[in-house]
Design a protein around this ligand. Structure first.
Ligand SMILES: NC(=O)c1ccc[n+]([C@@H]2O[C@H](COP(=O)([O-])OP(=O)(O)OC[C@H]3O[C@@H](n4cnc5c(N)ncnc54)[C@H](OP(=O)(O)O)[C@@H]3O)[C@@H](O)[C@H]2O)c1
Length: 279
């Protein structure tokens, strides 16, 4: 991949995951700087990971070609206000991984011509198995998009969306989905333990099943999830009986409602954070 000077503003779990992925794929460590207020975080990056670390967001961003905004959404406005006025801002590529922060928010604060790409990664990125939704408008060059694809490919798969509103759909489909799937695993573990299995046995049975199901679906690329389900369900059998209960209790409608709630929350965060500027 192209090697550009990158500054990460914020050195949390997601920044650490991306940086570790980049280094593992051969990215030059001396091109990466992390800016974070706490000394403990900076020491972790400089001593354990071997990249540059600073407490000065402006200095880090000024020296970089690519600025990755990796703080919590609630802090994003304040952090961007602090970066206002850095030189050559329109030549730099900005990437934001914060949910609920629209492209317009960054252009309002930093520059109307800001080159900004929205990225929505998910937690499995922490183990290199993430998937990220990416959005860029027409102001972004093919080279910048390609760089960003390579960057996020260091921690998993990448899916570009055509409209900014679709980033909120990616949040519902992938960003928040680890939470839904963990809930399902947890519910199964609760029942297994009620049946007398200890938590380790239950975890092993459930995790290996989940892993096997994913492997099977990846192996049978031509089969839809509905067909894969049908293939494991004999009429009148045990799976059939269990699935009937999910059906009777409206699992699909519940999933639909839950995913819509995630989308609605992402949209209301965008409104919340964009309004904050006028107050
Ligand atoms: N984790 C995920 O699975 C995930 C998934 C999708 C999107 N995201 C998004 O990614 C972003 C980061 O998430 P995270 O989980 O990595 O967060 P996190 O672990 O809480 O890390 C946030 C980082 O921001 C730093 N920070 C706080 N104030 C700052 C300031 N004024 N200037 C510079 N840095 C500052 C903190 O520094 P100290 O360490 O010094 O306190 C910390 O390193 C969030 O917007 C989140 O919504 C995360």
């Amino acid at each position: 991949m192209m090697q550009r000077k990158i500054a990460f503003i914020g050195g949390g779990n997601m920044a650490a995951a991306i940086i570790s992925g980049l280094i593992a794929s051969g990215y030059e460590k001396s091109l990466i700087t992390v800016s974070a207020p706490s000394e403990a975080t900076r020491t972790r990056f400089s001593d354990q990971i071997g990249v540059l670390a600073t407490a000065d967001n402006v200095d880090a961003a000024s020296k970089a070609d690519v600025v990755v905004l990796a703080v919590k959404p609630q802090l994003m406005r304040e952090v961007c206000e602090g970066l206002k006025g850095i030189s050559n801002i329109d030549q730099k590529l900005f990437l934001t991984i914060a949910a609920g922060t629209a492209v317009q928010l960054y252009r309002d604060i930093l520059s109307p011509n800001l080159k900004i790409i929205r990225i929505m990664p998910n937690t499995p990125s922490l183990v290199g198995e993430g998937v990220s939704g990416l959005f860029a408008d027409d102001a972004i060059t093919v080279q910048d998009k390609s760089f960003t694809t390579d960057l996020m490919s260091a921690v998993g798969k990448v899916v570009w969306v055509d409209k900014e509103s679709e980033i909120n759909h990616v949040i519902a489909i992938a960003g928040s989905a680890p939470g839904y799937l963990f809930l399902f695993l947890e519910a199964m573990q609760d029942k297994a333990m009620a049946l007398g299995f200890d938590s380790a046995q239950a975890r092993e049975l459930i995790l290996q099943t989940a892993k096997g199901v994913v492997a099977l679906a990846q192996h049978e690329q031509d089969l839809g999830f509905n067909q894969l389900r049908a293939n494991v369900t004999s009429k009148g059998g045990t799976t059939f009986e269990a699935l009937n209960v999910f059906d009777k209790n409206g699992l699909k409608a519940t999933v639909d409602e839950a995913m819509q709630a995630a989308i609605d929350r992402a949209q209301s965060m965008e409104t919340e954070f964009s309004k904050a500027k006028k107050s």
